[in-house]
Design a protein around this ligand. Structure first.
Ligand SMILES: NC(=O)c1ccc[n+]([C@@H]2O[C@H](COP(=O)([O-])OP(=O)(O)OC[C@H]3O[C@@H](n4cnc5c(N)ncnc54)[C@H](O)[C@@H]3O)[C@@H](O)[C@H]2O)c1
Length: 354
């Protein structure tokens, strides 16, 4: 099924509003999720709606919350996300951090107890649009899905890291990645489509390599591996220490959870490059490095060398033009989520296709 972004936004907005969110929150959640689909990250797109509704109904996610400062010293800011929708909490937390970074030259913001923050790049993009560098370490309180290096079973989540850098005269560098070899949601998408995944991403419940995404989705569960062996594993631990412990939101150290909610803790460091006094050198050095990079020869089978953020922008242009493909399982789950908050399937279909 191919749907236009406007229809998908209307459909998701209606489901979230039926869950009790005010109009602004419902719109923010819908736009955030559909943007993830537009950028090619279906794992963080509308497929999250059923999970959000389940979390809402079990009390792990609360509608219409706002971040509460627990410490505010200008360039240092600590916030409690109050288990609110990450799309509201993340947006408002970043607005506060951006304002402080503009005023003081930088801001270190810790955010605890936000519900799922979705694509972390979304938050870096807000700062980058204001000319700021934005660095993020995030932990995930949900289910252990990733095995430590040299470990056999899952011990933590897909802990994402993101670095956004505004680039003079061109679109920004936006490195936004799970520290797992693949995002958990991508396993769900592959499982829903009944597809196999590449070798080297997963181990089964006995610790053996497997290409079957079911081992990341339904019991008996195996584990996803960290990207880059011990190096990606090190970054994942840094996310737990910085996004979980330093924020005060908590680290993952539990046996399997039955809860549907996904909480994120996030350390964000925002820097105004102009205030460092190196803006001229930064502009010219960044320009020269990117020119140098792009003059390199593409590898066999590759069309060109890209920087992080470019693949998503290319996918966005394509999906804005051609629409977004939604698989049947994902759509059925969204209709079922609508039913749980008493929204008729026919109404959701009409909004999506209208
Ligand atoms: N909120 C959460 O709990 C949570 C947890 C995990 C992941 N996430 C999100 O999941 C999303 C997907 O993560 P992922 O690791 O699957 O992303 P990915 O592997 O698709 O991309 C990772 C990065 O590599 C870059 N990249 C991809 N192909 C490239 C190429 N050919 N040349 C240069 N750069 C390239 C991308 O621009 C991106 O910045 C991210 O937005 C992340 O924030 C969120």
């Amino acid at each position: 099924m191919i749907l236009r972004k406007e229809g998908l936004i209307r459909a998701v907005e209606a489901v979230i509003a039926a869950g009790g969110s005010d109009a602004r929150e419902a719109r923010r959640v819908a736009e955030n999720l559909v943007t993830a689909n537009l950028l090619g990250h279906d794992s963080h797109g509308i497929g999250m709606v059923p999970r959000y509704i389940d979390a809402l109904l079990e009390g792990g996610l609360a509608a219409n919350q706002h971040p509460k400062p627990t410490m505010d010293a200008g360039a240092l800011l600590a916030l409690d996300g109050c288990k609110g929708y990450g799309q509201t909490i993340g947006h408002e937390a970043m607005e506060m951090a951006i304002e402080r970074a503009k005023k003081h030259g930088s801001c270190v913001m810790v955010l605890a107890n936000s519900h799922h923050l979705g694509r972390i790049g979304h938050w870096a993009e807000m700062a980058v649009a204001q000319g700021l560098v934005s660095i993020h370490f995030v932990n995930v309180i949900s289910h252990a899905r990733v095995a430590p290096y040299a470990g056999r079973d899952a011990r933590f989540g897909t802990n994402p890291v993101c670095i956004g850098v505004p680039l003079p005269g061109e679109e920004p560098f936006l490195l936004d990645m799970a520290t797992s070899a693949v995002a958990q949601g991508k396993m769900r998408v592959a499982h829903n489509k009944r597809e196999k995944v590449s070798p080297g991403l997963l181990i089964d419940d006995q610790g053996r390599p497997t290409d079957d995404p079911r081992y990341a989705v339904v019991p008996p569960l195996g584990a996803i591996l960290a990207f880059g062996g011990h190096k990606g594993y090190g970054l994942a631990v840094a996310c737990e220490l910085l996004g979980g412990a330093l924020t005060g939101g908590g680290t993952w150290h539990y046996d399997e959870s039955k809860k549907q909610r996904v909480l994120n803790g996030m350390l964000a460091v925002l820097i105004d490059p102009v205030r460092l006094g190196t803006a001229d050198a930064f502009g010219s050095e960044a320009r020269q490095f990117l020119d140098w990079l792009r003059k390199g020869r593409p590898a066999a089978g590759a069309d060109k060398v890209r920087i992080a953020g470019e693949p998503e922008r290319e996918t966005r242009a394509k999906r804005e033009r051609d629409g977004i493909s939604v698989d049947d399982n994902t759509w059925e789950e969204i209709l079922a989520a609508g039913a749980k908050v008493k929204l008729d399937a026919a109404r959701i279909e009409k909004l999506a296709r209208g």
